[in-house]
Design a protein around this ligand. Structure first.
Ligand code: ATP
Length: 604
């Protein structure tokens, strides 16, 4: 019974494809993209509806359309093969355009909060369901002029759940901002017309839905802009801004960086270890960090504090382990120069194995201090570096004059391992036994920093800072050269005078100033791949914690010159793989995780 209609509808579709290749490419893309979401059956309905309008559209251009003609055309759209829902939509909508608008967005967005604005089934009499369709002439014009343009952007932009129409169409007007985050916030405010608290789930969903519901309005806004009279940023943002700028325009970093690209800055023994480990190219977080850190190390300018936040498994451990091993591999006298703190024993053991692998061709040793052994046994590890190196340890101790070779006890044990991976509680135990434990510390890594700082037991942090202070004061008192004078003037430097990098304040601002854009450059990495923001905005949060503040530093002191702790700070947890500043500003995490807006480390 419906077969003739269906047959009539099918034929023009194929003809349309042949006659206008440029136009047929758009429905083809539309069908393929929608099919991923709506399924092939619905796609056929959508595609057929679009194509079957063409004969009618041509008629619309030559003669004034009537409601009857439109109804007849739309009634011809569904074929017997179409699903009931699709057929119903086309039957009740007087115009193919309205029918498609009802079917398309609904099928693309299962949650479809805009559904009520397009009542499913409409009126039995075929009353227009949208404003566009209430005036036949206007509807005809809109259909013939807007249908091809309208199909392309929504289907291409929403298929992955993201909308980039603003980028494609308004790049000239929207890309002028300097502070992306601030711009995004302003955009949000201008779009919603209210304060930050309005940028909640509901508001964002409303924005999105409004964008999709008002596809006709969207086209109208496009047309208005093309007329050139309403070309202002505000209007564009109101019409097209769906995603915040920081999410729609992630910073892109160079990919495909290989070990060969940084080979000249790596110790050959480290390269050999990496090759043996099967690492040939760098993960994005490594490609972003390693050139920065290694370059600074080779030029004897310390990179300063770094705060990195990236998802679990993205390669952060290597990102800080490679430069540390590379730098320490040339040391002469073994001393504890790198301390990596982990929230759990298991994580500590994993990181130790990474350091062992990386340093396997170097004399560096790594000790695991997690409380799994007795305190005395761990002290032996620290003193010997490794059991196999006890002879060397004795020799060095003898040279140092701390004890004669073979003596049973020492007053102040010297730590001869180069790297210590510890849990905070056990570290404090050792600090109690040996206040000079961190005397030679150059690198402090707080891995999983948010977990470390959120632990109820956080006494370790002032103890570590106190250890730095002791060393700092001792260096200032014992030496009067420039380096130590600089140390005395700097609050927070734990680097020894021999390291020679804490006295170049200008070079420190670049990466130790958590508010600088360069800091963002250092750590904004995976956004493009994961569509989540984990930028250096988090660094601002971390920097506001006491972690970066020297005990003698006043709260109002300039952070860029005070946070001279030569460290690489990697903080991450799955919950915090989204920029927390953005979370607070948006009222939620962009990945759907809840966030209480509490500053990381606030409990400290
Ligand atoms: N450049 C690389 N090439 C190949 N594999 C790598 C590379 N970097 C790291 N890996 C591997 O990827 C895995 C995850 O790396 P890693 O543990 O460093 O990630 P992570 O971000 O530190 O994770 P977590 O947040 O759990 O600490 C490890 O098995 C590691 O060996």
């Amino acid at each position: 019974m419906k077969r003739p209609l269906g047959g009539q509808a099918t034929t023009p579709v194929k003809k349309a494809r042949v006659e206008t290749p440029a136009e047929t490419s758009t429905p083809a893309v539309n069908a393929s993209t929608v099919s991923e979401i709506a399924g092939s059956t619905t796609v056929a309905a959508v595609a057929d509806a679009g194509r079957k309008r063409r004969p009618w559209e041509q008629q619309q251009q030559s003669t004034a359309p009537s409601v009857d003609a439109a109804a007849t055309t739309s009634a011809a759209a569904p074929s017997a093969a179409l699903p009931r829902q699709a057929a119903s939509s086309h039957t009740t909508k007087p115009f193919g355009h309205a029918g498609r608008a009802n079917t398309g967005p609904d099928s693309r967005h299962p949650d479809s909060s805009h559904g009520p604005s397009h009542p499913r089934g409409g009126s039995a009499a075929g009353a227009p369901a949208t404003t566009t369709a209430t005036t036949p002439a206007a509807a005809g014009a809109a259909t013939t002029k807007q249908a091809p343009a309208q199909r392309k952007p929504p289907s291409a932009s929403v298929v992955d759940g993201l909308d980039y129409r603003g980028l494609d169409e308004d790049a000239d007007a929207d890309l002028g901002g300097e502070d992306e985050l601030e711009d995004a916030e302003e955009d949000d405010q201008s779009a919603s017309g209210s304060d930050e608290s309005d940028a909640s789930d509901e508001d964002e969903a409303h924005e999105h839905d409004s964008e999709l519901d008002g596809s006709d309005n969207h086209d109208g806004a496009q047309q208005a802009r093309k007329n050139g009279k309403q070309h202002s940023n505000n209007n564009n943002n109101n019409a097209l801004r769906v995603l915040p700028r920081w999410l729609a325009e992630p910073k892109m970093i160079q990919t495909g960086v290989t070990i060969d690209d940084i080979r000249d800055r790596l110790d050959p023994r480290v390269v050999r270890a990496l090759t043996k480990m099967g690492i040939q190219s760098l993960f994005p977080v490594q490609a972003s960090l390693l050139p920065e850190i290694l370059g600074s190390a080779s030029s004897a300018v310390h990179p300063g504090d770094l705060c990195v936040s990236s998802p679990t498994g993205s390669g952060k451990t290597m990102a800080f382990a490679i430069p540390i091993v590379n730098k320490l591999s040339t040391r002469v006298v073994p001393r504890l120069r790198a301390l990596i703190l982990q929230p759990t024993r298991e994580l500590a053991a994993q990181v130790k194995s990474v350091f062992d692998s990386l340093a396997q061709f170097t004399p560096l040793t790594t000790a695991l201090i997690t409380g799994q052994l007795s305190l005395a046994a761990e002290q032996d590890l620290l003193a010997a570096g490794a059991p196999s190196r006890s002879v060397l340890a004795d020799s060095v101790l003898a040279l140092a004059g701390n004890r004669s070779s073979g003596s049973a006890q020492q007053a102040t044990p010297i730590v001869l391992c180069d790297v210590v991976v510890a849990t905070p509680g056990r570290l404090v135990d050792h600090l109690n036994c040996n206040p000079a434990l961190l005397d030679h510390l150059e690198y402090l890594v707080l891995d999983e920093a948010d977990r470390l700082l959120s632990q109820s037991y956080s006494d370790w942090l002032p103890r570590v800072l106190a250890g730095r202070t002791t060393r700092h004061q001792r260096a200032a008192a014992q030496s009067s050269n420039n380096a130590s004078a600089t140390l005395a003037g700097e609050s927070g430097g734990v680097g020894s005078a021999g390291y020679g990098m804490v006295n170049n304040s200008s070079s420190h601002v670049r990466s130790s100033d958590p508010t600088s854009e360069h800091c963002c450059d250092n750590v904004c990495t995976h956004c493009a791949a994961t569509r989540v923001c984990f930028t250096a905005h988090a660094a601002v949060d971390h920097a506001q914690t006491p972690l970066f503040r020297h005990p003698n530093q006043q709260s109002g002191e300039n952070r860029s010159t005070s946070s001279r702790l030569p460290s690489v700070l990697c903080g991450s947890a799955e919950r915090d793989s989204v920029c927390q500043t953005c979370c607070r500003r948006r009222g939620r995490c962009s990945d759907g995780h809840g966030h209480d807006g509490r500053r990381p480390g606030a409990a400290v």
